[in-house]
Design a protein. Structure first.
Lengths: 120, 83
């Protein structure tokens, strides 16, 4: 891997445009041999649940589910904000591929090693 | 650095702290204060139920230099670093 790259996403069905573009960019990063991590926080954590993204398909883009599956298959990681996850009562047993529930230290460790970050 | 696997029985710790459902920054800051009150080499047994703890506490130890000497979620035993 050439370097690290973080995509921070705070939206889900409240802004499907941003949610989709975030994963398009993440796929560009992982496809460019970057160790890529999508950080889901606030509303974005809903995307960590299997089935949630199934009906999100922005015009001109691949379906979000497909984008997320391809991201995970390529080795991309998804960090899911623990307090945001708990606040919404989501299910730990329904995480999508590549997703891990984390607290702040895991995010800090990733970014503190010199990762650039883009936010949606 | 590899995280320690629970291949041995749980070691005795000098202190114990039940963090309950506490997680993320709240857990880490409280833990930081507790470690600061301990002497170098002393250990604390932390019970943390937060689902982020299995990833977060090892990462916090790597960042701060404290030693995670044993873990089996939700139990983590951390040894204070020298300085």
């Amino acid at each position: 891997m050439a370097g690290k790259f973080c995509v921070s996403l705070t939206h889900a069905k409240d802004n499907t445009d941003k949610a989709t573009v975030a994963f398009v960019v993440a796929n560009a990063a992982v496809g460019s041999d970057q160790e890529t991590m999508v950080f889901l926080s606030t509303e974005g954590v809903r995307l960590s649940q299997k089935g949630y993204a199934d009906d999100i398909h922005e015009e001109g883009f691949a379906p979000l589910r497909e984008l997320m599956e391809n991201f995970a298959k390529a080795g991309g990681k998804i960090f899911v904000c623990s307090p945001c996850f708990k606040k919404r009562g989501l299910n730990e047993n329904k995480l999508v591929a590549g997703a891990t529930i984390v607290g702040g230290a895991k995010l800090v460790e990733f970014l503190a090693s010199g990762s650039p970050s883009v936010s949606y | 650095m590899r995280d320690p696997s629970p291949t041995t029985t749980e070691p005795e710790a000098d202190f114990q702290w039940d963090a309950g459902e506490m997680g993320c920054g709240e857990l880490l800051l409280d833990l930081r204060f507790r470690l600061r009150e301990m002497r170098p080499g002393q250990t604390i047994k932390v019970t943390a139920l937060d689902p982020g703890a299995p990833e977060d506490l090892p990462a916090w130890c790597r960042l701060t230099g404290h030693h995670l000497i044993w873990k089996l979620h939700p139990v983590y035993i951390i040894q204070r670093k020298e300085n």
